[in-house]
Structures are given as C-alpha cells and as structure tokens.
Design a protein around this ligand. Structure first.
Ligand code: NAD
Ligand code: UD1
Length: 344
C-alpha cells in the first residue's frame, strides 16, 4: 500500500517524501510543477537511494488523478498541492479559490470513488486571523483569515469537517503549520522561492549570499520584546515528521482531528537575524522600514495537542534552522536551477 503525496515536489512535500522513503514506506507523488522542478526528484533519490514514483498531474484533472488511483493501491493521501503566496492571492483571488478549493474537491471526489477515505491536509496558522491571542489553540475561532489564500484554508477545513460528519468512514487530519524554515541537512533539498522572496528566512539567506542588498525589517513598533514581529519558526524536517505521526494516527481513528504544528516558541525578526548571524558567522545587512500591511504582532502555537495525541515533538533548534537554511542557499545559490553548484 502506498501513500499518495500531492504537491510532493514542493518545499514541505519533498521533505516529507524523504522521511517516508527513509522509513521504507511506498510513496506516489503527483505534482504539476507549478511551483517546483523535476530536479527535486533526482535530489530525493540522491538522499534516499530510492527513485520516487512520480506523475505530472494537475489535481484539477480528475481523470488523470483517477488513473493514478487505479494504478496504485493507495492507503492514504497527504495533500500539500496548492498555491500559497498571500500577496498574490489578494490580486488573483479566483485563481486561488479555483486551484486550492476546486483542486481539493476534485481530489476528494476521486478518493471517494476509489474508496480511499484517509487524508492529511496542509492548513496554516493563517486561519487564526488577526484577533486570536497567542499561544493559538486549535479550538479558537477561525473565521477571519485576512487574505483569499487564508480563506481557501478556512473553507477547505470546513469542507473536510462536513465530509467527516456526512460519512463516518473518513479519517481526516488537518495540520496547521506555523512558519516552516530550514532545509534537509544534506543541503540537497530546500525552499526554492521564485523571484523576490515574501518570507523572512529566504530573504535573509539571499541577503547573506549577496543576491539582495539588505533585509527590510517590517516595523519595530509592535507590542513585542524588541518591537519586531514574533513568529513560531519550525524546522521543515520536524514538520515533515509531524505528517508521519499524523498518518499513523489516521489509521487508528476515524473522524476529523486538527493539530497545530509549531515549536510553541515565538522569536522576533531581530532574534532570527541574530541567530542566523551567530549560527553562520556572517553579518546580515538590514534596515527598519514601515510595517507590512496585514501583519500581526505575535503568532505562535500551543502545541500541547500534537505533543500529546500525535506523540510528536520538535527536535531542531533555531540554530539548526539557521544553519540548514544557509547550507541549502550556499550549495544551491540559484535553487534547483543551479545544477553545477558545489556540494562537497
Ligand atoms: P510549495 O509551493 O513548495 O509546494 C506546493 C506544490 O504543489 C508545488 O510543487 C506545486 O507545483 C504543487 N501544486 C500546486 N497546485 C497544484 C495542482 N493544481 N496540481 C498539482 N500540483 C500542484 O509549497 P509548500 O511550502 O511546500 O506548501 C505546501 C502546502 O502547505 C501548501 O498547501 C501551503 O499552502 C501549505 N502551507 C505552507 C506554509 C509555508 O510557509 N510554506 C505554511 C502554511 C501552510
Ligand atoms: C506568512 C504568511 C502567512 C503564512 C505564514 C507561514 C504573509 C502576509 N503571511 O506570514 O499567511 O501562514 O507566512 O508561511 O505572507 N518580515 C520582515 N521582512 C521581510 C519578510 C518578513 O521583516 O522581508 C517579517 C514579517 O513582518 C513577520 C516575520 O518577518 O513579522 C515573518 O514574516 P513571513 O516569513 O512573511 O511570515 P508570516 O508573516 O508569519
């Protein structure tokens, strides 16, 4: 029996595939390469020694998706495929609603037809919106997501709860990620943002390598210990392992379960800059600029539920995250495009 990974050549998907293959689990990946590259598959093979089974399929294409279910005995699905750029979603809401929501509906319909009723879904801390206080708990209200991207997650979560309610055969786990950073310790897979990075860590690594002149720190007048925004950064490998625990739990229990995946610790922008400098013995050029519209002071998780019910705990430190992000950037200065990069 195999686990189907949608979006499995993306940032979080590829790290999860590596962890699953290392455990000897059979994996089938579908991805349309909208935001990833075929080279990822070579890197996964380098790390694990296993060539992953891959189909270039758009999840909106139900026929192609159904064929994958016909060819393989799929036990569960981990559903990463989706668009994720918050700013872009404000300008292109229909594109986001179509891909993320219609894509998930297509996937769920194909799963239902194939009799596979076991899914782990990538949600986001963005569903907590602007008003819930940290530490954020799974039972807090999730109505004000603050962007079309965020609303796609709110809607899909609700759809999954309704589905579980309508048919008790479904086993569904919703995972709300906080801020994934870092890369595999081999530095062979990592985050490969296209264009100017929106998120903090890839921006820092691009400043460090000289691609960008300096980091803009978006505001230092927040109600936090140093005035800069506080977030819950989680190493992508810890996050990947969270999916394995969730898949194991899914087979034990039906219905729907929701878990925060974070460390439970909040660090500010300047904490992260300092940690990066210390971990890598490098100076990051930065300036304080205006706040970014829509940003909140503080966002970190209460991870009690995932600790207790999934028996999952993060192991990597902020230093690990900074070191691994930098190793990935240094070894792959142009991400997966740079096939000649020195790798030792
Ligand atoms: P990513 O863009 O690196 O990976 C997503 C993958 O899905 C890409 O490889 C892309 O090509 C693929 N994809 C997109 N639409 C598709 C479609 N219609 N059919 C087939 N493949 C498609 O993103 P990621 O950072 O790995 O995020 C994975 C999931 O986790 C996403 O759903 C994202 O919204 C969610 N998430 C990410 C973060 C984060 O900070 N990275 C935080 C919270 C939640
Ligand atoms: C982003 C997403 C959010 C998603 C989360 C996790 C936005 C608006 N929100 O939020 O929906 O759930 O990632 O993936 O994109 N910062 C700077 N300079 C920069 C970049 C960021 O100072 O160049 C600051 C931000 O103001 C924030 C912190 O760094 O305080 C983290 O920013 P970012 O990495 O974009 O993550 P989130 O804001 O948490």
């Amino acid at each position: 029996m195999a686990i189907l990974i949608t979006g499995g050549t993306g940032y979080i998907g590829s790290h999860t595939v590596v962890e699953l293959l290392n455990l000897g689990t059979e994996v089938v990946i579908v991805d349309n390469y909208y935001n990833s590259k075929p080279e990822v598959l070579n890197r996964i093979k380098e790390i694990t020694g296993i060539e992953p089974t891959f189909y270039e399929v758009d999840i909106l294409d139900k026929e192609a998706l159904a064929e994958v279910f016909n060819k393989h005995r799929i036990q569960s699905v981990i559903h990463f495929a989706g668009y994720k750029a918050v700013g872009e979603s404000v300008g292109k809401p229909l594109m986001y609603y179509k891909n993320n929501i219609a894509g998930t509906i297509a996937l769920l319909e194909v799963m239902e037809e194939a009799g596979v009723k076991d899914i782990v879904f990538s949600s986001s801390a963005t569903v907590y919106g602007l008003d819930n206080p940290s530490p954020l708990k799974e039972n807090m209200p999730t109505m004000d997501a603050n962007s079309p991207y965020g609303y796609t997650k709110v809607v899909i979560e609700q759809m999954l709860r309704d589905l579980a309610h309508s048919d008790e055969e479904w086993s569904i786990t919703i995972l709300r990620y906080f801020n994934p950073i870092g890369a595999h310790q081999s530095a062979r897979i990592g985050e490969d943002p296209q264009g100017i990075p929106n998120n903090l860590m890839p921006y820092i690594t691009q400043v460090a390598i000289g691609k960008r002149e300096k980091l803009s720190v978006f505001g230092n007048d927040y109600d936090t210990h140093d005035g800069t925004g506080v977030r819950d950064y989680i190493h992508v490998v810890d996050l990947a392992i969270g999916h394995i625990r969730a898949i194991e739990k899914n087979t034990e229990k039906r219905g729907v379960k929701t878990y925060n995946l974070g460390t439970g610790i909040g660090y500010s922008v300047l904490d992260l800059v300092k940690a990066f400098e210390e971990a890598n013995d490098i100076t990051i050029n930065y300036e304080i600029t205006d706040r970014r519209p829509g940003d909140i002071d503080t966002c970190y998780a209460d991870v009690t539920l995932a600790n207790e019910e999934l028996n999952w705990r993060t192991e990597k430190t902020l230093m690990d995250m900074c070191r691994d992000s930098w190793n990935w950037q240094q070894n792959n200065p142009s991400g997966y495009d740079n096939l000649d990069a020195v790798t030792e």
